[in-house]
Ligand binder design. Sequence first.
Ligand SMILES: [Zn+2]
Length: 188
Amino acid sequence: MNAPLKAVHLEDPIAPHVRAMLKELGEDPGREGLAQTPARYAKALRYLASGYTLDLASVVGDGVFESEGEGGAVVVRDIEFHSLCEHHLLPFYGAVHVGYLPGRRIIGLSKIPRIVELFARRFQVQERLTEQVADALVQVLEPKGVVVIAEARHLCMAMRGVEKQHSSTLTRATRGAHAEILEMMKGR
Ligand SMILES: [Zn+2]
């Protein structure tokens, strides 16, 4: 007779490091409130860094179409995002505004926030995130122009006693013809 199968629960390799960190900071990782925290944190972190497990082609899928005639600029404003600063591993978050002037292709509008997530769910600096979204649109659409503007608050500034709690950081990336896109972004 076979021995009954034992349920093997393999711990996430990140979890013991979280336990060690808590201990180093003076906590008791064994106390009730913290017992499941290393596993939870590992799971959360894997989600927040899940951009590494995806690529542009899989995110865009079949969401690119041939453009019908001379299309004007397309702008999607206020795409909420959350990312982790690579210098402090603390969140920065805000909104991205993305616009492009179509060439021969257009993209399904729901794909644009997915492209932002692809790059936001990694360890980032805001400048690179902004450039990567612009480059992704150029790669997928070969448009006449692209503008990406990001506005974000960085918890590494707000929480570390830098005393800039209400500041926000703006970054912009442009490719090709961008005057019409910028004008549309500003309009309300
Ligand atoms: Zn930082």
